[in-house]
Design a protein around this ligand. Structure first.
Ligand code: UDX
Length: 439
């Protein structure tokens, strides 16, 4: 099938590459010429395991092309995916500027029936606005072509995006007409494997499903973080509690890890946007508001522990910080807890030597050369002059460090483990002082 994807970010690029990989003829459009340049030069603009290989393979096979030409993309795909960013605006609602601009581009040049499928996370009701702007563009050039607007939210996780796209738990299609559903059924047939994974529903339910999924996951995390803080006062271990409740199939194992808060491009933004949508309808959503509040506090939790242990004034103190990305296997630092920790330490006069396997370039871009902030090229190098180590992201390579060496290098021999990566007893056996979350 001929497919166009508007947006070459996480969602767009992964979708375009994976759809090409099963034999579709895909054009991927981005208005950012720099981004398209990188792709045309054989690179990818994001860090995502496995993605470069798929992109290269399909470009070589002639099934995947990149362009900044709106007309080319609008004329190409029978299915037109909109997969552009929806950053929060000042009041927390999703900014639809890019989504509507993408829709206008399609309406301006399409020359026959199109299925316009929204993959961006957009507030309920956005499909109606997409439909309107396409109609406006066609009216402006005096044509009246048939088209369908459907909601097809994406659930992929950064760091596992290719796998998530290739082997989805479910494919949500929100459509108000069957013609569009037939196209998407055919397009997604190779990803169904042995089960029917395509769930067809009305457009608004599909739009809400995406927010509901992320809000539910964020709720689980904040719930566990809240309990973790209580466990500390009660002398209980949240890790054992997690295992105790996760074994109940009604609860399940996933997303029960207490830590220093959730970050990333989705949870913080989508929780805010859902709260905003609810407010517009006259609803408070007190539970979800608490989820957000608990998470904001949790990002401060490591700082509270450091201050409690080492005092308010951290002048002259040096901290090694492991992990800048909001989670492992990505260089994404959007809403990353590391940023809150770094800001707070620098503000208190401390210096920080940070290490991350892939996000240091991104950190330099975002944080610039801030006084007191340095980067180490190896994890152990970060410890050279440090009083204490702070672990913020649970990268695999941090899992089994040389604790004996750590003990020799850290001046105060203290470990603040924001992701409960280590067994407290093991760390203590090496003569280090251990502070986890909820243990
Ligand atoms: C999320 C959703 O999982 C995905 O379905 C959606 O499409 C986009 O948003 P992503 O933001 O890539 O994906 O990351 P995810 O792996 O879900 O982690 C989000 C944050 O929660 C990270 O900061 C992570 O460290 C944190 N987290 C996750 C916890 O603190 N505890 C957990 O138990 C799980």
């Amino acid at each position: 099938m001929k497919v166009s994807v508007v947006g070459a970010g996480y969602v767009g690029l992964v979708s375009a590459a994976c759809l090409a990989d099963v034999g579709n003829d895909v054009v991927c459009l981005d208005v950012d010429a720099g981004r398209i340049r990188i792709l045309l030069d054989g690179g990818i603009p994001i860090h995502e395991p496995g993605l470069l290989e798929i992109v290269r393979r399909n470009v070589q096979a002639g099934r995947l092309r990149f362009t900044t030409d709106e007309r080319l993309a609008a004329l190409h795909g029978d299915v037109q995916f909109i997969a552009v960013g929806t950053p929060p605006d000042e009041n927390g609602s999703a900014d639809l500027r890019h989504v509507l601009a993408a829709a206008r581009g399609i309406g301006r040049y399409m020359d026959g029936y199109r299925v316009v499928a929204d993959k961006s996370t957009v507030p309920v009701g956005t499909a109606d606005r997409v439909r309107e702007v396409i109609a406006e563009e066609m009216a402006a050039r005096g044509v009246d072509l048939a088209y369908s607007v459907v909601s097809n939210p994406e659930f992929l996780k950064e760091g596992a995006a290719v796998e998530d796209f290739m082997r989805p738990d479910r494919i949500i299609v929100g459509a108000d007409d069957t013609r569009a559903v037939d196209y998407l059924r055919e397009l997604y047939a190779p990803f169904q494997r042995n089960h029917q994974r395509l769930l067809v529903m009305d457009v608004r339910s599909a739009e809400l499903t995406k927010y509901a999924a992320n809000a539910m996951l964020a709720t689980r995390i904040s719930f566990m973080n809240e309990l973790a803080n209580l466990a500390e006062d009660l002398g209980a271990d949240i890790e054992l509690v997690r295992q105790g409740i996760g074994s109940d199939p009604r609860i399940g194992w996933h997303f029960l890890y207490a830590g220093c808060g959730y970050g990333g491009s989705c949870f913080p933004k989508d929780v805010k946007a859902l709260l905003h949508t609810a407010n517009q309808q006259g609803h408070e959503l007190p539970l979800l508001r608490a989820v957000e509040l608990v998470n904001e506090r949790q990002k401060q939790r490591l700082i509270d522990k450091i201050v409690l242990r080492m005092g308010e004034n951290l002048h002259g103190r040096c901290f090694a910080l492991w992990g800048l990305a909001f989670k492992p296997n990505t260089d994404d630092m959007r809403a990353a807890p590391s940023r809150v920790v770094i800001d707070a330490l620098l503000a208190r006069g401390a210096s920080v030597v940070a290490y991350d396997p892939v996000a240091m370039e991104e950190a330099r871009r975002l944080l610039g050369s801030r006084q007191g902030l340095k980067y180490a090229s190896q994890p152990m190098d970060a410890l050279a002059d440090a009083d204490a180590l702070i672990v913020v992201t649970e990268w695999k390579e941090f899992r089994s460090p040389d604790f004996a060496r750590m003990g020799r290098q850290l001046r105060e021999r203290i470990v603040f483990d924001g992701r409960n990566m280590y067994e407290p007893a093991v760390v203590r056996r090496h003569g280090l002082e251990y502070h986890g979350i909820g243990r």
